[in-house]
Write a protein that binds this ligand. Sequence first.
Ligand SMILES: C[S@@+](CC[C@H](N)C(=O)[O-])C[C@H]1O[C@@H](n2cnc3c(N)ncnc32)[C@H](O)[C@@H]1O
Length: 206
Amino acid sequence: MLVGVGLGPGDPELLTLKAADTLKRCDIVFVPGRLAAQLVEPYAEPHLLEFPMTKDTLVLQSYWEENADLVAEHARDGHAAFGLIGDPNFFSTFTHLRRIIGQRHPDIIIETVPGISSITAFAARAGIQIDSSFEVSDGSPVIDRIILKARRPGQIVNELGNEGFNDFTLAQKLYTDDEEIIKGKENMPKRADYFSIIHARKTRER
Ligand SMILES: C[S@@+](CC[C@H](N)C(=O)[O-])C[C@H]1O[C@@H](n2cnc3c(N)ncnc32)[C@H](O)[C@@H]1O
């Protein structure tokens, strides 16, 4: 099994208890850089993988494949972790690594432990409060939307469908005993709990 572990934005005190526990339990922990290595060190010996910053796609691909094969080799028979800055599912090296492992080693089970992302952490340091809809961009086209307070999922996905969104996930009461994750427009209930989030994606634009 492979676990992508979010290490938070850089402060060792902003690494979660679950992340620390996962790092301690894993047989081997890989990291993509020195800051991630420092954050892992109190809990496990970090193994630094090289991901060169080059535009040569052939060189890049060979590094990615080599790293993916190495991580998969350890994840196949044991528990491997990959620690990274912020959260593993937002603009992360882990997303690319996960995709390549999925293509080359589809038998590997992959999970993630969320981390405090720079997307939320910056607000605390910069004294900024967000209380209405906002956009996060790295310059690429917008294909995802996240709706909070999604109490009327059926109505929401119908409206988003008219805007070109075609892939939907409803998540309720996450990380509690009553957690529920529902996928697909046709399965959306009329009503949901206040602690509900809908993720919508335009898959055709990928
Ligand atoms: C590849 S993304 C990694 C995002 C990360 N997975 C997350 O959840 O925060 C790298 C970008 O995240 C932002 N970032 C990450 N850590 C940061 C920090 N400690 N301070 C400011 N920006 C940060 C910067 O915009 C940086 O260019």
